[in-house]
Design a protein around this ligand. Structure first.
Ligand code: FAD
Length: 423
């Protein structure tokens, strides 16, 4: 028998954990959120801010796979694999390659679209409920290309989006310039996707959600989670640096750090991290009106409150290694090329050290998060592995976990997201 005086423990206070907590509180549960309490350590803090429901093309798409070898030998490329980390990543990389088969890609895209398709509306609703509407900007986003070859090659991914209901507007050089007059004239073409939006300050969004959760009676404990205690069929308590905390059930939403606890509950999972970086330019002299992706460089430039944030790059180097700030130097150079007005500004006021950030995307090889029940513990749920789309998927993921806890039918088929796919 479950003890209703005990709380549901949400493990992890990033966007996924916080959205889950909001939904559980609405259902009338007692909720305890346990997190280290270092806001900037969460991937949710420093991302590009996009609420991009069109981001349904798995990372192992043929276009990406074709370019990987070139990127790996290009120090200015968007992808780095630290040689010493390769042996640790091998199973993940093999599964990643297998996920790039055409049929698999189509299925993953359909599953992602089901999860992300209404993400902007869901985030807007969550923001209204929590008093955070001013932070959400439903203005779409732009993809810009410096080469016609890049524009053409991206056509395959864009068709996949269109087959899944995304409307894509093609911009020739003039239309691109009209949409974004500050963009360098090196850019030859673009695409605009109107259905998306962005968050004007992801850190403020997280802080606002925390405030709302507290106001609704939710409790936060800032401490290190060590392990889980079970009775063999259910989790009984969360063991932390501050002691053991008895729980009614647990939601594991620890982002890139979720694997150890899933294994502790008897589930196998292939979860690694695609490390990413950002730089920020406060009081930038010019800014795009929408988040803008430089397609060939795989970096986003997002207009945020009081600054421009430039985020991107994928670095395979695990959770323990320190930052390689040369990735931020690269972002700064590319930002300057993309927006000459910002480039000129950076010559006088280079990016300040505190405006550089490293974050850990929680990544599965098939680009699908793990959402659903633990296979062996009746009272444990998973919500992690959101890779490049966790901010986008936060509101929907939180709602889905609350539906599972309440025994309601979920709005989407969770089979593609089941942890059983790694068994
Ligand atoms: C450069 C970059 C750009 C991105 N851009 C976008 C974007 O534009 N749009 C988008 O949708 N997504 C984007 N993402 C991805 C998105 O940020 C992530 O998918 C999302 O933030 C994951 O959220 P999470 O809550 O699962 O994990 P996190 O935000 O990482 O939260 C996990 C929390 O658990 C805590 N924790 C972990 N282990 C323990 C422990 N043992 N004890 C206590 N606490 C612990 C951590 O400290 C952290 O607070 C980007 C990511 C990066 C790195």
């Amino acid at each position: 028998m479950s003890d209703n005086t005990l709380p549901i423990a949400v493990l992890g206070g990033g966007i996924i954990g916080l959205c889950t907590a909001v939904n559980l509180l609405r259902d009338g549960h007692r909720v305890l959120v346990i997190d280290r309490g270092d806001a900037q350590a969460a991937a949710s803090y420093g991302n590009a801010g996009c609420l991009n429901g069109s981001s349904i093309v798995p990372n192992s798409s043929p276009d990406v796979m074709r370019r990987v070898p070139r990127w790996l030998f290009d120090s200015e490329g968007p992808l780095v694999l630290r040689a010493g980390y390769l042996p640790f990543m091998l199973p993940w990389l093999l599964r990643f390659a297998a996920s790039g088969r055409r049929e698999a890609i189509e299925k993953q895209a359909v599953a992602l679209r089901a999860l992300l398709g209404s993400s902007l509306d869901e985030t807007l609703a969550l923001a209204r409920e929590t008093g955070l509407s001013p932070l959400i900007r439903p203005v779409g986003h732009t993809v810009a290309y410096t080469t016609s070859e890049g524009f053409r090659a991206d056509g395959v991914a864009m068709s996949l989006r269109e087959r899944n209901g995304v409307h894509v507007e093609v911009l020739d050089r003039h239309a691109l310039r009209a949409r974004d007059p500050h963009l360098s004239d090196q850019f030859v073409a673009g695409r605009y996707i109107a259905e998306t939006g962005h968050v004007g300050d992801p850190g403020a969004f997280l802080a606002g959600l925390r405030h709302h959760i507290t106001s609704q009676g939710g409790r936060f404990v800032d401490t290190e989670i060590k392990t889980l205690e079970t009775d063999g069929s259910a989790v009984t308590s969360v063991v932390t640096a501050s002691g053991a905390m008895p729980v009614k059930c647990v939601v594991i939403a620890l982002g890139a750090w979720s694997k150890t606890l899933a294994q502790r509950l008897g589930d196998k999972v292939l979860l690694d991290t695609e490390r990413g970086y950002h730089i920020e330019v406060p009081e930038a002299p010019v800014a795009p009106s929408t988040p803008t992706l430089w397609s060939e460089a795989k970096m986003f430039v997002t207009p945020m409150d009081g600054r421009v944030r430039c985020a991107g790059t994928v670095e395979f180097a695990g959770l323990a290694r320190g930052p390689d700030w040369r990735r931020c130097d690269l972002l700064a150079r590319q930002l300057g090329r993309m927006y000459p007005g910002i480039g000129a500004h950076l010559q006088h006021r280079p990016v300040a050290p505190e405006r550089r950030w490293l974050g850990f995307r929680p990544s599965t090889p098939d680009s699908l998060p793990v959402l659903g029940r633990a296979s062996r513990m009746a009272n444990a749920y998973y919500a992690f592995g959101h890779g490049h789309v966790g901010l986008t998927a936060g509101a929907a993921s939180g709602r889905i976990v609350a539906d599972l806890v309440a025994g309601r039918t979920t709005s989407i088929d969770l089979e593609p997201f089941s942890i059983a796919r790694f068994a």
